[in-house]
Design a protein around this ligand. Structure first.
Ligand code: B4P
Length: 191
């Protein structure tokens, strides 16, 4: 089993790249953002509680995403591993994931960090807003808040990755295909 964390600021290409990486390496793509949006779309009680938090660009409570991830890990078969997209987003989530994997005789093998400057992030999310209908893409101040939340709450997870010795920094600016090729080089090193 190989477990890959896809890490980077909002709009850095985590979702875009995770889909094709999961296909190429037979990994299960676990996007906490997609899972939460599915809850909202289905009108579940959880989705209703999370909608306002996500629309403001803040993070939902750790225990909500941890429970979702644990459930998916335990119900998956036939895959070569997992690609975690947008999770962990706090140090508490990272520690919980590490414990969860250790209890199942697995570990974090690789943390791919997509580096993209703030101006490019803003540009991408504004473009996505035209087609995504996502409330958190629609407003410049909310996008700025998401980037600020990333810097204060999520970026410290990088230190966790360095301590675990699993970090690979990847330039996230360029064509989607070129970035994909860069990411594959790192995955193939740990396979
Ligand atoms: P996510 O769904 O993870 O939202 P995101 O960070 O904006 O997505 P991503 O970064 O994957 O977008 P991508 O680069 O693919 O989270 C949404 C919200 O859910 C969070 O704000 C939070 O409230 C909540 N949440 C999720 N996980 C959580 C957790 N673990 N804990 C707490 N709360 C959590 O795409 C960006 C755009 O750029 C796309 O339009 C794409 O086409 C484009 N693009 C990609 N690569 C490009 C390239 N190379 N060049 C040009 N454009 C590119």
């Amino acid at each position: 089993m190989i477990n890959v964390l896809m890490f980077g600021p909002p709009g850095s290409g985590k979702g875009t790249q995770s889909v094709t990486l999961a296909e190429k390496y037979n990994l299960l793509h676990l996007s906490t953002g997609d899972m939460l949006r599915a809850e909202i779309a289905a009108g579940t009680e959880l989705g209703q509680r999370m909608e306002a938090i996500m629309s403001s660009g803040e993070l939902v409570p750790d225990e909500v995403v941890i429970e979702m991830i644990a459930h998916r890990i335990d119900t998956t078969t036939g895959k070569a591993g997992f690609i975690f997209d947008g999770f962990p987003r706090t140090v508490a989530q990272a520690e919980e994931l590490q414990t969860m994997l250790q209890e199942r005789n697995m570990k974090i093998d690789l943390m791919l960090v997509l580096e993209v400057n703030d101006a490019e992030l803003m540009d991408r999310m504004k473009k996505r807003a035209l087609v995504s209908g996502r409330a958190d893409d629609a407003d410049e101040s909310i996008i700025n808040n998401r980037i600020a939340v990333y810097r204060s709450k999520t970026e410290p997870v990088l230190e966790f990755g360095h301590k675990a010795g699993v970090v690979s920094i990847v330039d996230g600016v360029g064509s989607i295909d070129d970035i994909f090729a860069r990411l594959c080089t790192h995955i193939e090193r740990v396979i």
